[in-house]
Ligand binder design. Sequence first.
Ligand code: DX5
Ligand code: ZN
Length: 229
Amino acid sequence: MKSSPHLISPSILSADFGNLNETIDLINTSEADWFHVDVMDGMFVPNISFGFPVMEALQRRATKPLDVHLMIEGPERYIERFRKLGAHVITVHYEACKHLHRVIHQIKESGALAGVAINPHTPVSLLKDILADVDLILVMSVNPGYGGQKFIYQSIPKIAELKQMLIERNLNPYIEVDGGIGLHNAERVLQAGANVLVSGSAMLSADNPMEAMKSLKAIGQEAFKNIQA
Ligand code: DX5
Ligand code: ZN
């Protein structure tokens, strides 16, 4: 079976916001694929991060797709606005949407890729009736709200279970995993079936962020070459 190289999506939540352009330029010139943009409202999650002004700064300067993770209640209120600010992927939480199917189609109609995220306590089986509608599924491997938390290892069998559900249905959305990912556990996350890795503190707080992103991107690539040969 062929698998494809994974994408990496560094979270700018770990940026120094006094020097945001520096982080944007760093990611632009790195081996990262996307910018992961964590929007928090202080309601769905206990923390407040940032909103439209940061999106505007990204839209002006970022040269890679913006992967927007909305940790907000009632995200349907803001889909078109994030899309106008250049969001390429918009992911909403299963737990934050009363009418998830409607919101997913609203995102698609806006022209963005539509993602659904689940918290660590939410079973993947609850996604079965939305799987065919989404472009991306984000499995949270920490409780959302903060960068720099510890990876919850129960996420690994969840990713594998999700992958199996997708295979059975012949579906191929991205499987993105977010929270506590670094060079120490990325391989296991990929082996379980993920193909997009979010990483914040392990990349941007590394001594050499450029090298850290290069290493994260390279994980498993040798194995991939062997599979293709
Ligand atoms: C958590 C956010 C994550 C976070 C990842 O609520 O959704 O994207 O920034 O940061 P690390 O990699 O530090 O866990
Ligand atoms: Zn995130």
